[in-house]
Write a protein that binds this ligand. Structure first.
Ligand code: HEC
Ligand code: HEC
Ligand code: HEC
Ligand code: HEC
Ligand code: HEC
Ligand code: HEC
Ligand code: HEC
Ligand code: HEC
Ligand code: HEC
Length: 283
């Protein structure tokens, strides 16, 4: 399978090498997964017989083989090979990526202001099989390993990530295609789970960066070793944006120079002017 696939991929692979060598992304590893996930349509499907499972349907007394579950791409399942390949040149896509996919799918750049690297370079098949896959969404690999194929594990997970939600998937926070900024996050990402930080009407006062949905101006989601995932601990977090000279002008500050800002202010939301804490609604 590998050898045969290699023939088809040889030129594609060389091209990829050139692209990788010339781009700032050359540090990313190119793995053999390039060859996986695109099952040969002529390949004999190996049938799994799960010994613990009922492979024999006793009611009908027929042997029922449990086939691996494949998610099939509709045009492939319907044998509309010609929507992607010219007859006589089967195996060679008839258009470049991503145009091949955009014959039927809405171009991704229309959906997001910022695109993920491999999407902007049209490498859809680095993540999706065009034919079929045993994973949902025709993915070539499942879960975080899809991402860690290109992103160095050490630099992403080295300091830990926001609790252990990455055990589920990186896509709990990142959109694999694009987002509102280069970090390919949705403004709503954090609110999916932290609804109580959402600037809703019951809070009259919302802190500037929270109103902008920019949680990452204060939180570092890739460093779970820091308390509350803060990028800077203590008052320097606040003084990163607020000038000390402005702060010390007012009465309460002059009298409490050494105190933590968060002793008196909520960093997120409040129904008190100046985000002060005492009358803060319970969140
Ligand atoms: C949605 C587009 C699409 C459809 C439909 C499609 N293919 Fe493909 N096919 C591709 C792409 C893209 C590649 C190259 C894979 C890559 O770049 O990773 C490919 C690769 C191949 C290859 C060579 C690689 C391999 O799998 O070993 C063969 C053979 C092939 N296709 C046959 C078919 C046949 C037969 C059909 C119809 C039953 C079909 N394809 C339908 C897009 C498609
Ligand atoms: C000939 C039309 C056609 C082309 C070309 C095509 N697709 Fe699709 N694709 C479909 C249809 C139809 C569906 C099912 C409806 C939907 O989800 O939009 C689908 C669904 C998908 C899905 C979701 C599958 C799931 O499990 O929900 C993915 C991922 C996908 N396509 C990727 C691609 C990629 C990558 C390419 C290019 C290599 C491509 N498609 C090219 C028609 C096409
Ligand atoms: C970095 C990996 C990656 C790349 C590159 C990628 N995708 Fe996806 N795609 C995903 C994942 C993961 C999902 C599953 C949905 C989710 O988790 O948000 C998905 C879902 C989809 C779906 C079905 C759901 C939807 O959003 O409509 C389509 C269609 C699709 N991708 C098409 C494409 C096309 C076309 C390209 C190339 C322009 C592409 N993808 C490039 C990872 C990728
Ligand atoms: C095919 C390789 C590939 C895969 C797979 C991949 N990425 Fe990427 N990713 C890239 C490239 C290339 C960039 C652009 C890097 C740059 O511009 O410095 C990038 C950029 C990013 C960025 C923005 C980083 C920055 O500093 O601009 C994030 C966040 C990201 N990827 C997350 C993910 C997640 C989450 C997944 C899995 C769903 C994933 N990536 C899968 C190649 C990949
Ligand atoms: C809790 C949400 C969350 C999860 C889960 C998450 N990220 Fe991130 N990621 C972020 C945010 C927010 C940023 C923006 C900068 C920051 O906060 O460090 C980011 C930044 C990045 C960057 C660019 C900056 C860098 O450190 O190079 C990459 C690449 C990245 N994430 C990949 C991943 C991968 C791969 C996974 C899964 C293993 C993942 N992320 C899981 C929220 C998350
Ligand atoms: C999939 C759900 C989920 C998503 C998405 C998510 N979180 Fe969380 N987060 C949690 C859970 C669960 C906890 C622990 C319980 C709690 O304190 O609410 C938590 C805790 C936290 C904490 C406290 C950590 C500590 O050390 O005590 C911070 C800060 C945080 N999240 C920020 C964010 C930010 C910023 C984002 C968006 C980039 C985000 N979260 C996205 C589920 C999520
Ligand atoms: C201006 C900086 C700043 C911004 C922006 C910010 N936070 Fe925080 N966050 C903090 C600080 C400081 C703490 C530590 C708690 C404290 O001292 O009151 C914290 C604590 C948290 C906690 C854990 C404790 C709690 O209150 O539940 C969560 C969850 C959290 N933030 C989520 C978010 C989310 C989601 C966003 C984006 C909507 C966000 N934060 C934006 C500064 C910020
Ligand atoms: C990323 C930049 C940033 C950081 C970090 C930051 N702030 Fe702010 N803060 C703002 C912006 C922007 C406003 C809105 C300014 C305006 O509306 O005039 C604001 C407004 C405020 C206000 C209300 C001022 C008013 O006149 O209504 C208070 C109080 C405040 N911040 C306290 C804090 C505290 C305490 C911290 C640390 C936990 C902090 N800020 C960290 C950017 C920041
Ligand atoms: C002892 C409680 C307390 C502490 C500690 C405190 N503040 Fe305040 N802060 C207040 C009160 C009360 C106001 C309302 C101002 C007024 O009524 O004049 C205020 C107002 C503000 C304002 C808006 C008006 C102005 O004076 O500029 C900002 C911004 C602010 N604080 C930031 C900070 C930062 C940053 C820190 C930490 C370095 C901090 N505060 C520490 C109580 C405190």
């Amino acid at each position: 399978m590998f050898k045969r696939a290699f023939k088809y991929y040889q030129s594609f692979f060389l091209l990829m090498l050139i692209v990788y060598a010339c781009s700032p992304t050359s540090a990313y590893r190119i793995r053999s997964f390039l060859f996986d996930g695109v099952p040969d349509p002529n390949e004999v499907i190996v049938v799994n017989i799960d010994s613990t499972n009922n492979s024999i349907d006793s009611t009908e007394n027929n042997i029922r083989l449990t086939k691996p579950d494949f998610y099939k791409h509709p045009p492939y399942a319907k044998k509309e090979c010609s929507s992607c390949h010219d007859r006589g040149a089967m195996g060679k896509p008839k258009l470049d990526l991503p145009e091949l996919c955009y014959q039927c799918h809405e171009p991704i750049e229309r959906q997001y202001p910022a695109l993920h690297g491999p999407v902007s370079s049209g490498q859809c098949t680095m993540c999706h099989s065009p034919h079929q896959s045993k994973f949902e969404n025709l993915l070539v690999i499942e879960g975080r390993n899809l991402c860690l194929n290109c992103h160095e594990e050490e630099s992403i997970t080295g300091k830990g990530i926001h609790l252990n939600i990455t055990e589920e998937s990186c896509t709990k926070c990142h959109n694999p295609h694009g987002g509102h900024d280069k970090f390919i996050l949705q403004k709503e990402t954090c609110f999916n789970c932290h609804e109580n930080k959402k600037p809703v009407n019951e809070y009259q006062f919302v802190h500037g960066p929270v109103a902008a949905g920019e949680c990452n101006l204060c939180h570092s989601n890739h460093d779970s070793s820091s308390e509350n995932l803060l990028i800077i601990q203590g008052n320097n977090l606040c003084l990163n944006c607020h000038k000390t000279s402005d702060i010390i002008k007012s009465e309460p500050h002059l009298a409490n120079k050494k105190q933590m800002c968060t002793r008196c202010h909520d960093p997120h939301l409040s129904n008190n002017q100046y985000l002060t804490l005492n009358l803060k609604k319970d969140s």
